[in-house]
Design a protein around this ligand. Structure first.
Ligand SMILES: Cc1cc2nc3c(=O)[nH]c(=O)nc-3n(C[C@H](O)[C@H](O)[C@H](O)COP(=O)(O)O)c2cc1C
Length: 185
């Protein structure tokens, strides 16, 4: 199966990348192909709320930037793994722009281009899970449901001090999570 992982941190080798590495290793070992995309490699503007996607006036989105290719790749993939640090109780800006642009893929009343597609979420945070990292999980669950996609699971690594401090216990949690996610594929 074809999994796209999306590193939503501006740090290519930060906390989130480290956890994502462990998850990707398990997916590959389970025989899945994994393509990682790093959000900072793409210029993706925020949704302009022109609603042309809802009026069926454009194939995907009226903003012809890197978001189009990214949306196409998400539609083509068998699974999407989002990996994000918490920034100010939410998703980091560049990733949030893409998530908003995914609004063109579906709406609650009609068909969805990602109907039934499993989407998993990895969150790392400097602070606690409660009333902080869990806000991203809630947004992910709501968005996945709205789009008719499938929640493949969420992994929250709270109280991260730095990539080197992510120890064997965190690695075990990442592996167990990835095994669950691999089972969904
Ligand atoms: C701009 C900014 C905002 C942040 N906001 C939060 C926050 O609201 N809650 C939190 O727990 N950590 C916050 N953090 C800490 C990061 O979530 C945490 O260090 C994360 O693991 C970084 O992942 P990365 O190394 O992959 O970028 C923030 C960090 C930055 C740079």
């Amino acid at each position: 199966m074809d999994a796209v992982t999306l590193l939503g941190s501006p740090r290519k080798e930060g906390n989130t990348a480290r956890v994502l590495n462990w998850v990707e290793d398990v997916l590959r070992d389970a025989g899945h192909s994994v393509e990682r995309r790093w959000i900072s490699d793409y210029a993706i503007a925020g949704c302009q709320e022109c609603r042309r996607c809802k009026e069926g006036k454009v194939e995907l989105c009226s903003i012809f930037d890197d978001g189009i290719a990214m949306l196409r790749r998400i539609v083509a993939a068998d699974m999407l793994v989002l990996a994000a640090p918490v920034f100010c109780w939410g998703f980091p800006g560049p990733l949030k722009c893409l998530l908003d642009r995914m609004y063109c893929l579906a709406d609650a009343e009609s068909s969805s281009r990602i109907e039934g597609k499993p989407i998993a979420l990895i969150v790392t945070a400097g602070g606690p899970e409660k009333d902080n990292a869990d806000l991203l999980v809630k947004a992910y669950e709501s968005m996945t449901a709205y789009m008719g996609a499938v929640t493949a699971g969420a992994l929250v690594i709270a109280n991260c001090a730095g990539p080197e401090s992510l120890d064997a216990a965190v690695q075990e949690r990442a592996k167990a999570f990835a095994e669950e996610v691999a089972g969904v594929l």
